[in-house]
Every structure is written in C-alpha cells, then in structure tokens.
Design a protein around this ligand. Structure first.
Ligand code: AMP
Ligand code: ZN
Length: 769
C-alpha cells in the first residue's frame, strides 16, 4: 500500500510499509502478525534470532519491528532493542514489544521505554487484533516518524544556507542558529542556544522587534527591515533582516525565524505569510501577498544610519509598552490592511502615505527657504525656532518681575452707558472689519482694550455667561490691559484689542456660529484679550538665547505663550475684585479654562503649520465634501454634526485665534502699514539689543540699517498668511479680508519693485500713514 503524506508545504511519498517480526518460533502470535501484514498489504519479514534480526534490519531499515518479549531465554528482547536503537539509522523506527498477558499488564513501561521500545503489545494472536495494532501504528507513530525524517532535509537546507538563520521560541529563547549565523555573528551555537535574546548582546534589541511582529501577524505579514546587531567583537553590523513568526497550535506564535540576508538588500521582495498548516491542526493555506512589500519595507527606505535605528527602536519600545493602540497606529494598520486587496498603483500610493504617517511632525512642512531671501529665512527661523541652536556662551540672567495689580489710571467710567462720546464713537462700528483700532488707541490714551472689550463682551453677553458683574469685568480688563507693555511698539494692548476685534468679527460669521457653543465663544474672546499679556517685545528665541527667567521657568518651550496664559489666570483668580470666574460652577470653569489655555498656546508660531494643516485636513476638506452633497439637498445635519465634533471645534478655535493674531496683513492698507511699521520696529529693537549684548542675532535681516520692510512683509505674507487665510476664507467666506490682503500684497510688491527701503504712504491716501 502506498500513500502520500502532506507535511507543511512538503509532499512525502510513503512506500509500502516494511515490518520485521522477531520471534524464535512461528507460534500463533507470530502468525497473527504475519497474516495481519498480509491483510494490511505490508511487506513482512520474520527473523528467528537476534543476530539475524539485526543484520536484516540494517539491510532493510524496516518501519516497524515487532520483537517477542515473552520469553527472555529464547530472545533477549531488550538487548536486541538497544542494539537496533544504537544505530543512527533506526532513529525513526517504531519498535513494538510483545508481552505476556499475565502479570505484565500492571507493570510500568518505564524500563521498556528505556530500552528503546515505542509500544508494548499484550499478547493476542487474533489476526484482527494484530491488524488493528499495525494500522494504528501506521497512521500514528509511523507517519509522525516519516515527517520527522523529512525534517532532516529541512535542517540540511538550514545548515547549508548562506543566509544567517536564527530560530527563537515564542518567549524569545534561542533554539537554533545555523553555521552562517555563527560565522556572521562570531558566536558558536552552543553559546547561544537556550539563552534568552536579551541575554546575548547581539540580540539585545531584537526582543522589541519580535513584539512588533505580533501586530504584523494580525494582518498577515512578516517583518523586514534594517537592523543593527553587535557581533562578538562588539562591532555594529547593519543587517537586512526578515523576521517571520511561525504560528503553531492554537493559532499562537510558537517560533520566530530570523533570516539575515547576506547579500544585496531584498527590499523589493514579495512578502508571503503562511497560515497555520496541516501539521498543527489548521488546514493548509497560504495567503500570498503578491505585491511589493508594504508595511515594513518603509523601514528600509530611509534608514541609513544608526541614529535612525536607535530612534526607531525606542519608538517601537514605547509603542509596545502601551496597552492601548494610539490612533495613528490604528490608522496605519487600517491602511496596511486595505493594501492587501488593492491594485498595485493604490498599494504604492498607500506605501507613500504610510511613510509620511510614520514621521512625527505630521503637519509641519520642512522648509527650504531660498538662500537669496534672508527675510523669509529669518522669519521662518526667528518665529518658528526656540533659538537654542544659537546658544553658545549665553549668560543666564535671572531677575524678578513685578506685575501690575490694577489700573494705572483709576477707573472713571463705571459702565458702557457713561462713556465719553469720543470713546463711544470710536467703538461704534466695532462690528465691522474696517474698524479703526488706532483711533480708539488715541482717544483712550492707550487703553483701547478695556473699552473695546466692554463693548464686545456686552454684545456677546459675556457677563451673563460668567455670572459676573460689569464692575468685576471692568476691573479685570483694567488689570489685564495694565499688564501689557505700553512701550512695546507692537506687542502692546492695542495689538490685543486688534486681535479681540478680529476674533469677535470671526465669531459673528454664520459658519462659526453654527460650529461653536457659547462656552467656546467666551473662551475665544477671553483668550484673544489675554493672549500676549506681559509680552516683553522680544521673541521666544531671544528669551531662550538670553537665558531669561521665563525661558528657564518654561524650559524653553512655548515660553511666551505659556507665560501669557499662566499670568492671566494668576492675575484673575488671585484677586477677588477682578475674578471674573468666581461665580462659575467648577466643571464649567474647567472647560472654559481649558479652552482659553489651548487657544493662547495655539498662537505659538512653531506650531503654525501643524494647526493650519490639521484644520484643512479635518475641517475644510470634509466640509467641502459634505457641501457637494448639500447642493443635492442632503447632509445639512451631517455638516452640523461634523462641525460640532469637540476635536473640530478645538481646531476651529485654534485657527480662529491664529488668524486673528496675524490678521494685520488683511486690514485696510493704512492699518496694515502701521502694523508692519510697529512689528518691524520691535524686531529692530531686538536686533539692536542682541548686537549690543553680544547675543546671537535671531533675525539678522531685521536690522534697522539694512532691512527692506516691503520684502519682509512679502515674505511674511507668502510663508504664513496666504495659505492660512485661503483656508480660513474657504471656511468662513471673508471677501473683505481677502481683498485687503490682495491690495496690501500688491502694495508691498510695488514698493519692493521700486526698491524702497522705508515706508511710504499708500498711493490713495498720500498724507496719512
Ligand atoms: P503673537 O506674538 O502672538 O502676536 O504672534 C504672532 C507672530 O507673528 C509674532 O511673532 C509676530 O511677530 C508675527 N507677526 C505678526 N504680524 C507680522 C507682520 N506684519 N510681519 C512680520 N511678522 C508679524
Ligand atoms: Zn499676538
């Protein structure tokens, strides 16, 4: 009888089974087996004594040997069994000992097994009993032995492979290494086998990688990437490694096979993942991923140095220590899974997407500011860095600061009703975009914030929301305004009032009203009011470079913005007279406070692109899609729901305060020019001080003797304003602002073309700058 046996991916041909019967006499038991062999169509040979039996076995290598164990005086069965077993050729032979029925049943089989027997057969000459025994052996022991024999060929392949191969258990214990691995790593197999990966320096990082495999296997992948290992000499070796989890019983990973490809990078290879096979109870199935490898190929592309590997390792380690999946991990897994069934061009595009998603600064573009545009370079560098790279030789100056506890000029007007007419007139058109903040600055003797805020806060019924009196609000506004520096050319309370005005204007647009809740409106107005309080007229980079007290306090991270938010709350809650939050319910106060802090921190320019790009991806783009549907009469509800999502409301609020904060290029030309002059003057003063104190010059282009203000404004608009306001306009519809922006840009361009280095009045209004 011949049959084929499937062993994993291997098909093994099974020849007719050969049985050797060793019986001194042809008794009924011997005949029973002989006849049973005939019935089963096995080839049967009978030997009468041990010597002949051994010779016969060595000649034919029978699959089953049955030895008569009933009469030790005739045949010493255990000695014969040991002799057969001592030959290496008998490794896969099944040996059965026939014992007497009486007295033997309850004996332990231990000595039997020690002698090398596979099974004990209690005498029973019935042909059927013998036949059944042989059949059970054929489908059990013999077949298993056949498969084990085939393993020898697999091990031979491993031993001769030029790729270094290591097999570990699911617990990361090294079980096997091949000679190529020994050569590559400089260790003998004996030094490795039985040890945990982490115990051996070559593998100290691999345990992390193996954990990573667990997430790969869920989507049917092996891991491939570049891996840095230490050989026995301590040298770092860059290796192209494939790690393949081998799934065993119960669908669990039982082994990991690591193949170090000695040779060219194989990153373009096809990935294949094999499901649990027939050997372990599952059905034999391969699901083959006939496409360029995706998930892990990415590691190969950009990984040319050790630092990369270190970073990757530490992030993997961090990832594994988390019990819950981060959203980005989920997103990556979903995309990877989608790649499985995608056509090649989609798969390749998704590979690219995954590569981008794996970077950390997801929303921050990398700049290549043109060498020939120092204004752009300085603005990008000056506003978007902490200046630390220019730190050498800094003297840290720690000082003490006192803050204004109240109004510098006593409050003379207790409510909006008794405002002097010049102030009342100046705030009259506060609802319009073309409102003139500089006029209010003049008529209030540099207290525009208090008066504008009183009017605006009343319009938005802020006192009602906060449950505070107008008196408290006014006292609070006076404290806040008093803590803006009057002598800053730009970052004074007029700038805060300007930002408040823009914020209120945005809050009045339909789209924003639709999205935000009352608490968001209150947070936005308060955030705008306080967002630059106690600004010293210097940039974050300057404060870090000069080792200022604030930079030390906030660890050089978002120094000013942290200070504005923290100080505002200190001033507010530290004095009952001006504590506008004192009557609020705790939980609502927490929500409001969180909204305010988040918005103030959003004004930090290092995060500019992150905020803008997140807004575009999460708000404007989905909105555009939903609006296409809306034109067909659907989805108004979906739009509302999307806008009202807490995450989106937060992005809208951040974008709103950011746009308000730098809206000066979108103001009427006269106002825009004044703002440009003020910010330039502030930058010039900083450069003067940097030069004078021998500090790093953060923005060398902003040197009063050489700076081109038009060029600086063109760069500021190009880099920070255009894209952001395009997105904001797409969301809110702001034709007036965009018209001003176009005009102003043209104005600066015109000046630049005339190569003017100083400000000129606008063409329409020559007498007024
Ligand atoms: P903030 O300090 O909160 O007002 O953040 C806005 C940033 O944009 C500040 O660093 C300003 O210096 C900068 N900025 C605002 N307007 C202009 C402008 N017209 N030109 C150049 N920089 C500006
Ligand atoms: Zn500001």
């Amino acid at each position: 009888m011949v049959a084929d046996v499937q062993f994993g991916p291997m098909r093994i041909h099974q020849d007719q089974l050969q049985v050797l019967l060793v019986f001194a006499k042809a008794d009924s038991q011997c005949n029973g087996f002989r006849k049973a062999c005939e019935k089963a169509k096995f080839k049967c040979t009978v030997a009468r004594e041990p010597r002949a039996a051994l010779d016969c076995f060595l000649d034919n290598l029978h699959d089953i040997v049955v030895i008569d164990h009933r009469n030790p005086r005739q045949i010493d069965a255990e000695a014969l069994c040991r002799s057969i077993k001592s030959s290496k050729l008998s490794e896969n032979t099944v040996i059965v000992g026939v014992v007497r029925r009486v007295n033997r049943e309850d004996l332990s089989v231990r000595s039997f097994i020690a002698a090398g027997f596979t099974r004990r057969y209690t005498e029973n000459p019935s042909i059927m009993a013998c036949y059944n025994e042989l059949l059970q052996l054929e489908f059990g022991e013999v077949r298993s032995q056949l498969k084990l024999r085939a393993c020898n060929s697999v091990f031979t392949a491993l031993e001769k492979s030029q790729d270094a191969i290591e097999i570990t258990s699911e617990n990361h214990v090294i079980q096997y290494v091949n000679p190529a691995f020994e050569t590559t790593m400089g260790y003998q197999s004996g030094e490795l086998i039985g040890k945990e990966l982490a115990e051996v320096p070559i593998n100290e990082k691999k345990a992390d990688l193996l954990d990573r495999i667990n997430s790969c296997i869920r989507i049917g992948k092996e891991w491939e990437g570049v891996y840095y290992a230490k050989n026995k000499n301590g040298d770092n070796i860059q290796q192209n490694v494939k790690i393949i989890p081998v799934v065993g019983q119960g669908g669990k990973i039982r082994h990991y096979v690591s193949i170090v490809c000695n040779g060219t990078s194989k990153t373009e290879e096809i990935h294949e993942c094999v499901a649990p096979d027939s050997q372990t109870g599952g059905h034999m199935s391969n699901w083959k991923d006939r496409r360029k490898s995706s998930l892990d190929i990415r590691y190969a592309g950009s990984r040319t140095n050790e630092a990369y590997s270190e970073r990757r390792h530490s992030s993997l380690a961090r990832m594994h220590s988390m019990t819950m999946e981060a959203p980005i991990t989920k997103a990556i897994n979903i995309i990877s899974a989608a790649q499985e069934s995608s056509p090649m061009p989609v798969t390749e595009a998704l590979d690219h997407v995954l590569e981008i998603l794996r970077t950390t600064e997801l929303y921050s573009p990398q700049f290549n500011a043109k060498d020939d545009d120092p204004h752009a370079t300085d603005l990008v560098g000056g506003l978007m860095s902490d200046g630390l790279q220019r730190l050498p030789g800094t003297n840290y100056v720690l000082g003490t600061t006192t803050f204004q506890q109240g109004a510098r000029s006593p409050a003379t007007h207790s409510s909006l009703q008794d405002l002097p007419s010049r102030i009342a007139q100046a705030v009259e058109d506060e609802e319009h975009w073309d409102f003139d903040i500089f006029r209010l600055e003049a008529v209030t003797y540099n207290q525009p914030l208090v008066y504008l805020a009183l009017k605006t806060y009343a319009r938005f019924r802020i006192c009602e929301f906060l449950n505070c009196s107008e008196l408290t609000l006014r006292a609070w506004l006076e404290v806040i305004e008093a803590n803006y520096h009057k002598d800053n050319p730009y970052h004074n309370s007029t700038h805060a009032a300007d930002v408040l005005h823009a914020t209120a204007y945005f809050l009045s647009r339909e789209r924003v009203k639709e999205a935000l809740d009352p608490v968001d409106e209150v947070a936005a107005l308060i955030a705008a009011t306080i967002h630059d309080v106690d600004h010293p007229g210097r940039t974050n980079a300057f404060l870090c470079n000069s080792g200022s007290e604030l930079a030390i306090l906030y660890n050089d991270i978002a120094v000013l913005e942290s200070h504005h938010a923290a100080l505002a709350f200190q001033l507010t809650v530290g004095d009952d007279k001006c504590n506008i939050f004192k009557n609020m319910e705790r939980s609502q106060y927490r929500v409001l406070r969180q909204g305010i802090v988040d918005m103030v921190l959003a004004t930090e320019m290092t995060k500019h692109f992150e905020h803008v790009n997140r807004f575009v991806t999460s708000v404007t783009q989905p909105l555009a899609l939903l609006m296409e549907n809306e034109e067909m009469g659907k989805d108004q509800e979906a739009i509302s729901a999307m806008l009202k999502m807490p995450e989106n409301r937060m992005l809208i609020k951040r974008m709103m305060i950011k746009c308000a904060d730098v809206s000066n290029p979108c103001r009427a030309l006269e106002l825009c020019i004044k703002w440009a002059a003020r910010i330039s003057e502030e930058y010039f003063t900083q450069t003067d001080e940097e030069k004078q104190r021998n500090l790093p010059v953060v923005m060398p282009a902003f040197d009063r003797s050489t700076c081109s203000i038009p060029k600086a404004q063109i760069s500021f608009i190009d880099y920070f304003i255009t894209e952001m306001f395009d997105a904001w306009d797409a969301f809110l519809d702001l034709p007036d602002l965009m018209q001003h922006l176009d005009n102003n840009f043209k104005y600066w361009k015109g000046l630049d073309e005339m190569q003017l280095r100083t400000l000129r009045p606008p063409p329409k209004n020559p007498g007024k700058p």
